[in-house]
Design a protein around this ligand. Structure first.
Ligand code: SF4
Length: 365
C-alpha cells in the first residue's frame, strides 16, 4: 500500500516550526528535525534520537519521508547515471547524475550535476522529445522534486553541487512547486546548493519567465530554443504557437533587466530540420542581442522518433557561424552528456510495459 501521508521533505523551515509549535514544542525543535533530515539524512522519525519519543510517534503518524523508491540505475559511476524512480502513485520519473567532464568544465573537476524532473510526462509535446510522447500526467510535488536529489545522493554516494531542471516536464508549468523546491534546495538549512549553481530550463513560457524573474535568487535560465525563426520553431515546438519568438524575447529582456547571469540558449541540432546555416546566422544575431550563450547539442536518436543528427563537420560549421556573432558557443559532441533528447525514455518504457500508458504513437517529420 502506498504511504498516503504528506511528506516532511520539501516543507519550508517556517512550516516545520509552525507544526512543532502546534505540538507544544520549544523553538529549537525545528532546527533539530531539519538537521536530521538534511544534514544527517535519516529516513525515519524513529532515528531522531534527540526528540522525545512521543513527538517522534506523533510525527510518524502524520508525515512520511521521501515518497519514491529507486527502481534502476543505468550507467557506471564514472559516466552519466540515469535513475528511474517509482513514485507513490506507481508513476515513474527519471533523474540523471552527470559527472564532471574535464573537456567541458576544466575549471571545476568535482562537478556533479543532477538533471531533475518537474512533471510526470509533459503537455508541451516538443517533437524531438520522449518526455512529451505520452502526454502529461501530473505535476511533481515539492517533496518529489527535492526527494530526487536526496535519493540520487543516497543511491550514488555522490554529493550533488549543480542542478539543471532539464529532466521530464516543463518546470515553468509547475511554477509554484518549482519555486517552493528552490527555497529548500538553496537554503543553508536545506540542501544548501547556491542559486548560481541551479539552471531552470524552459521551452518558452513567456509569462512564467517574467514571474520567475521576480524571485530574488540568482538562478540561471536556459531556453530550449531549437529554432531561430517562428517558421522552424513552429514545426518542432508547439509552445511557439502560444508564445512566439518575439513574445518570448520580450520576456527574456525583462529577465535580463532583473538578473545578472547570462541566459543560455539550448539548441538541439536536427538534420534538415533546424540546422541550416541561415538558422545559425539568425541564432547568432538573436543571442548577441540578449548577450546570451548558446549551447549546441547534436541530436541523439530517440526510440519512436525519426530525427537524425547532422554530421560532426556540419555541427562545427554551424557553431562557427553562431560564434562569429560574438556569442560564447559550445558544441557538445559527447553522446553520454546529451541528456535532453533522450530524457523520458526509461519512464516511457517502464510505464508502457506495466500497461500504465499506451505505447506512444511514432511521430514522423
Ligand atoms: S523538451 Fe521539455 S517542454 Fe518539450 S516536451 Fe520535452 S519535457 Fe516537455
Amino acid at each position: 500500500m502506498p504511504d498516503c501521508k504528506p511528506s516532511i521533505i520539501g516543507l519550508h523551515k517556517t512550516e516545520i516550526s509552525r507544526i512543532l509549535e502546534n505540538c507544544g514544542q520549544p523553538k529549537y525543535r525545528a532546527d533539530q528535525v531539519i538537521d536530521w533530515i538534511y544534514q544527517k539524512r535519516v529516513t525515519s522519525f524513529a532515528e531522531m534520537s534527540n526528540l522525545p519519543q512521543a513527538l517522534r510517534e506523533t510525527l510518524e503518524d502524520q508525515f512520511s519521508f521521501v515518497n519514491m523508491e529507486n527502481v534502476s540505475v543505468n550507467g557506471s559511476k564514472d559516466t552519466t547515471q540515469k535513475f528511474l524512480f517509482r513514485l507513490n502513485d506507481g508513476r515513474y520519473v527519471e533523474t540523471v547524475l552527470i559527472p564532471a567532464n574535464p573537456a567541458l568544465y576544466s575549471e571545476q573537476s568535482d562537478r556533479r550535476t543532477a538533471c531533475v524532473s518537474s512533471q510526470v510526462g509533459c503537455a508541451f509535446g516538443c517533437k524531438f522529445c520522449a518526455s512529451g510522447l505520452a502526454g502529461f500526467t501530473r505535476n511533481l510535488t515539492v517533496d518529489e522534486i527535492v526527494g530526487q536529489l536526496l535519493l540520487v545522493e543516497k543511491v550514488s554516494g555522490e554529493k550533488i553541487n549543480n542542478i539543471v531542471f532539464m529532466g521530464m516536464g516543463e518546470p515553468l508549468a509547475n511554477l509554484n512547486n518549482l519555486t517552493a523546491s528552490l527555497d529548500v534546495i538553496t537554503a543553508e538549512w536545506g540542501i544548501g546548493i547556491g542559486a548560481r549553481k541551479i539552471t531552470v530550463s524552459t521551452s518558452g513560457l513567456a509569462p512564467q519567465v517574467e514571474k520567475l524573474a521576480e524571485k530574488q535568487q540568482q538562478i540561471r535560465l536556459a531556453i530550449s530554443l531549437h529554432g531561430a525563426t517562428d517558421e522552424v520553431r513552429d514545426k518542432i515546438m508547439p509552445v511557439n504557437s502560444k508564445w512566439n519568438i518575439d513574445s518570448l524575447f520580450n520576456s527574456l529582456r525583462v529577465w535580463n533587466q532583473k538578473k545578472k547571469q547570462k541566459i543560455t540558449f539550448e539548441y538541439i541540432l536536427i538534420k534538415d530540420v533546424n540546422d541550416s546555416l541561415e538558422q545559425a546566422n539568425i541564432l547568432g544575431k538573436r543571442a548577441a542581442g540578449l548577450n546570451a550563450k548558446v549551447n549546441l547539442i547534436p541530436y541523439n536518436t530517440v526510440e519512436g522518433l525519426d530525427w537524425e543528427r547532422p554530421s560532426e563537420e556540419h555541427c562545427k560549421k554551424f557553431r562557427n557561424l553562431v560564434s562569429k556573432a560574438g556569442v560564447t558557443t559550445t558544441l557538445r559532441l559527447e553522446k553520454g552528456h546529451d541528456i535532453n533528447a533522450a530524457c523520458g525514455q526509461l519512464r516511457l518504457k517502464q510505464e508502457t510495459e506495466e500497461g500504465i500508458i499506451q505505447a506512444p504513437v511514432k511521430i514522423r517529420k
